[in-house]
Structures are given as structure tokens and as C-alpha cells.
Design a protein around this ligand. Structure first.
Ligand SMILES: NC(=O)c1ccc[n+]([C@@H]2O[C@H](COP(=O)([O-])OP(=O)(O)OC[C@H]3O[C@@H](n4cnc5c(N)ncnc54)[C@H](O)[C@@H]3O)[C@@H](O)[C@H]2O)c1
Length: 246
């Protein structure tokens, strides 16, 4: 099971680190992006410079036709997809529960239920025919934190966890494992303008006494994608320095 890894939304943030880490383990890596081509090409260049193999693929992973074309293009260029990491996210607005609309829910479910489902359906036939595969979803510990204003995001992350466990049961007989890595707050590019006092207040609540790094999420994804995790499925590993313990 040393085929390609497909990481969605991998031109920046956690996805870029996950892509670099999986490539460092020797896998060809598909760096999916929308719309940041230059950023995606930079991730590919980093990987190539380090001796790995990667290519950038433009696709809206919430669109059925795009997902079908994406997986076909990845397989044509990098070979069969053995590892799928649905990582992409859209905006995560803070909205009071009394103001949340059904469209707000759909916006989150589109990323955390629709897109992973489309991707899973596109890669699983190949994984089955090759005797196995790995799906590593990116969840969030906000599901337990129940943060005010984040009900739509948290509910969609809960739905994503439920999907993961059901898929783990259904796909287990084909040696396809399905797990979730649930990060705590891991500052990435989109958090650059965050008030440092807010970061400090969060940090003080973390038992390990510091903010986590994207590399620490990528390490756990790489573990779940590796042979060492071959008997782990339907699990959720929270990576948050102990901030919330489930
Ligand atoms: N960073 C954190 O603190 C944190 C915490 C918990 C969970 N997460 C989860 O980690 C994952 C990555 O988050 P991040 O913080 O790196 O976000 P990010 O915004 O840095 O990265 C998301 C990427 O997805 C891309 N994208 C958006 N719409 C897309 C689409 N339709 N098709 C393809 N790509 C698309 C964006 O362009 C971006 O490159 C998400 O699932 C998020 O919920 C992040």
C-alpha cells in the first residue's frame, strides 16, 4: 500500500504540512488546491526539492464532477490513490445559534459530509481492487468544546465523525481503514491577524502549556497512513495538548 496520497486543500494551512509529511514518508502526493495555484506549486516544489514526488491538482472538492476528474487526473499522473485525506475547509463563521440558517448548516455539511463522501466514493473502488487503503479525515476538538457561535461547524464535524465510524465498519472487510485526526486550535496562515491576547488565553488552558503546530497534526496523519496503524480503524485521535479530553 505504497501508492499515492491525495490531500485536499493542501496549498496552505494544515493540508500543506500533511502533504509534505506524507511525501517525506516516500509517497507520491497529490496537492489539491482551490484557488491558490502558486501556493500549491510552492508545496510541490518543497516536496520535489526534498527528494519526493508531487503534483498540484486544481479541483473544487465539493463538486461531484470535479472530484471524479480530480481522482482520474491524480491516478493518471501519480498512480493509484492508497491514502485519502479530506482536509479542505471553507470559511468557518461565528454565528449565534438563534441566527443560524439552514444554509449556514449546509455550508459546513458541504465540506465535512458531502465532499468526503464524494472523495471516498471516487477512491474506494480502486482501494478495494488493490486490497486496501487508508482514509484519514481531519476533524476538530470543537466538537467537544461546544464553542459558542460554532454550532454549524461543530455539528458538521460531529456528522463527519459519525460517517467515519460507519465507513470503518463498511470498508473494514476490504482492508480499508478510516480514522479521524481531531486538532485543537493550531494557528495557520488564516489566523495571522488573531489578537495575541486571545492566543495567550487559549495557550494558558492547554495542559502542555503551548500552542500545537501543523507538523504535529501531520505526524499523526502520517502514523494513521502508515503500516504501523494497520489494525486501527474507526478511531479518533485528538491532537490538542490535552486542551479538551474526550
Ligand atoms: N487550524 C486549526 O486550528 C484547525 C483546528 C481544528 C480543525 N481544523 C481542520 O483542519 C482542516 C484544515 O484547516 P486549516 O486550518 O488548515 O484551513 P485553511 O483555510 O488554512 O486551509 C483550507 C484549504 O482548503 C481550501 N479550499 C477551500 N474550499 C475548497 C474547495 N471547495 N475545494 C478544494 N479546496 C478548498 C482553501 O483554499 C485552503 O487552502 C479543516 O478540515 C479544519 O476544519 C483546523
Amino acid at each position: 500500500m505504497d501508492g499515492a496520497a491525495l490531500v485536499t486543500g493542501a496549498s496552505r494551512g494544515l493540508g500543506a504540512h500533511i502533504a509534505r509529511r506524507l511525501a517525506a514518508d516516500g509517497r507520491p502526493v497529490a496537492v489539491n488546491y482551490l484557488p491558490d495555484r502558486e501556493d500549491a506549486e510552492r508545496v510541490v516544489a518543497d516536496i520535489t526539492r526534498a527528494g519526493g514526488r508531487a503534483a498540484a491538482f486544481h479541483a473544487d472538492v465539493t463538486d461531484e464532477d470535479d472530484v471524479t476528474a480530480l481522482v482520474a487526473a491524480v491516478e493518471a499522473e501519480l498512480g493509484p490513490v492508497d491514502v485519502l485525506v479530506p482536509n479542505a475547509t471553507g470559511p468557518q463563521p461565528v454565528i449565534d445559534a438563534v441566527d443560524v440558517t439552514w444554509q449556514d448548516h449546509l455550508d459546513q455539511l458541504t465540506f465535512f459530509v458531502k465532499s468526503p463522501t464524494l472523495l471516498m466514493q471516487a477512491v474506494v473502488p480502486g482501494m478495494r481492487s488493490r486490497g486496501g487503503g487508508r482514509i484519514v479525515q481531519i476533524g476538530s476538538d470543537l466538537f467537544e468544546r461546544s464553542a459558542p457561535g460554532m454550532s454549524a461547524y461543530s455539528a458538521a464535524k460531529g456528522a463527519q465523525l459519525s460517517l467515519t465510524r460507519t465507513w470503518a465498519r463498511e470498508l473494514g472487510p476490504w482492508n480499508i481503514t478510516v480514522n479521524v485526526v481531531a486538532p485543537g486550535w493550531i494557528p495557520v496562515e488564516r489566523h495571522a491577524s488573531m489578537d495575541p491576547r486571545y492566543v495567550e488565553a487559549y495557550r494558558r488552558e492547554v495542559p502542555l502549556g503551548r500552542m500545537g503546530t501543523p507538523a504535529e497534526i501531520a505526524d499523526v496523519v502520517a502514523f494513521l497512513a502508515s503500516d504501523a496503524a494497520r489494525f486501527i480503524t474507526g478511531e479518533r485521535i485528538t491532537v490538542n495538548g490535552g486542551h479538551v479530553m474526550d
